[in-house]
Design a protein around this ligand. Structure first.
Ligand code: AKG
Ligand code: FE2
Length: 331
């Protein structure tokens, strides 16, 4: 593997582990204590681990098992839920379908997307809103649908708690993000990375260098490692798997809101483990119509907003087009 795809080992204080159980406490001082830790980590690298998150270990094991079962199917079986059959970006896509770094060769990963299941008569579905609609469920895998739905619901719940922590961390009222939390664009992404091939095109990775588009990302990774984060000093560091935690990172929506006070940090995946790698990010992007607008108290004296106000849907659509347009052009 070329040196340019390597990363450094890290000390634990670079990507801290934050116990978020205090966010569920009835005592404001406990919630505020977590918020203070979140604030410090968001300002430093925008990447950390969350522990004591309340998502049951049994559910996490089941999601990982169902993910392996899904990707172990033949391509013909996976094609039955092909993303090309969906009008709202749900379902499976093969290797090299996306370039998370649009300037690099397409990513060596397969994906299955699922999201919030809204009824067909929901106004957002009727209006054909970006990413709203039905999931594509593999019919032959009995445990898959209930497991993914339960995990999606648990992660949505955790995201709402974290949004309260974020509001507190910015000295905002705890209900500040309530509108954002309504019918949120929230995507569970199952990922499979084959071992990094010896004959990969130069610059090709499992997932190209990128920032995440939405508000929060919480990643469940297996024990193989491979996620690399570009720290504040521009050094690539390994985000090593830590059992019982999620890797947490801030996405562009929060960077826009906070005028980059909270960092949406570049990361990538290179699977040098020699084994199949499975990872499961949950992306929390919020209500499609909600404005992403600089929070005035985040502006330092003399600073002006760096980003124009856009809706969540406008922002997400633009970012999807960027990574999928580039892969289609390279195919
Ligand atoms: O698979 C991983 O570890 C990270 C994937 C990722 O960064 C993404 O899908 O945005
Ligand atoms: Fe990412």
């Amino acid at each position: 593997m070329p040196d340019s795809l390597n990363a450094a080992e890290i000390s634990s204080n670079q990507l801290p582990v934050i116990d978020v159980s205090g966010l569920s406490s009835s005592k404001l001082t406990n919630r505020k204590a977590v918020a203070d830790n979140i604030r410090a980590a968001c300002i430093t690298n925008g990447f950390f681990y969350i522990a004591d998150h309340g998502v049951p270990a049994g559910l996490i094991d089941a999601v990982q098992e169902q993910t392996r079962i899904f990707f172990d199917q033949s391509d013909d079986d996976k094609r039955k839920v092909s993303k090309t059959l969906s009008r709202c970006n749900r379902g499976w896509e093969p290797l090299k379908a996306q370039a998370l770094d649009p300037t690099a060769p397409p990513d060596l990963k397969e994906t299955y997307y699922m999201g919030l299941e809204l009824p067909p008569d929901h106004p957002a579905v009727v209006a054909g809103k970006f990413n709203h609609g039905p999931n594509l469920w593999p019919q032959d895998l009995l445990g898959f649908k209930p497991t993914m739905r339960a995990y999606h619901a648990a992660m949505r719940d955790l995201s709402e708690r974290i949004m309260i922590g974020l509001a507190l961390s910015l000295d905002l009222p705890e209900d500040y993000f309530d509108g954002f939390n309504r019918d949120p664009l929230s995507t569970l992404r199952l990922l499979y990375y084959p071992p990094h091939p010896a004959d990969a095109v130069p610059g090709q990775t499992g997932a190209g260098a990128h920032t995440d588009y939405g508000a929060l990302t919480m990643l469940l990774q297996d024990s193989n490692g491979g996620l690399q984060v570009r720290d504040a000093g521009n050094t690539w560091i390994h985000a090593k798997p830590i059992p019982g935690t999620f890797v947490f990172n801030i996405g562009d929506a929060i960077a826009r809101w906070t005028n980059d006070l909270y960092r949406s940090t570049v990361h990538r995946v290179v699977n040098v483990s020699g084994k199949s790698r499975y990872s499961i990010p949950f992306f929390y992007s919020g209500n499609a119509d909600h404005p992403l607008e600089c929070i005035p108290s985040c502006l330092k004296p003399g600073e002006t907003p760096k980003y124009p106000t856009v809706s969540v849907a406008e922002h997400m659509q633009q970012m999807y087009q960027r990574s999928y347009g580039a892969a289609a052009a390279a195919a």
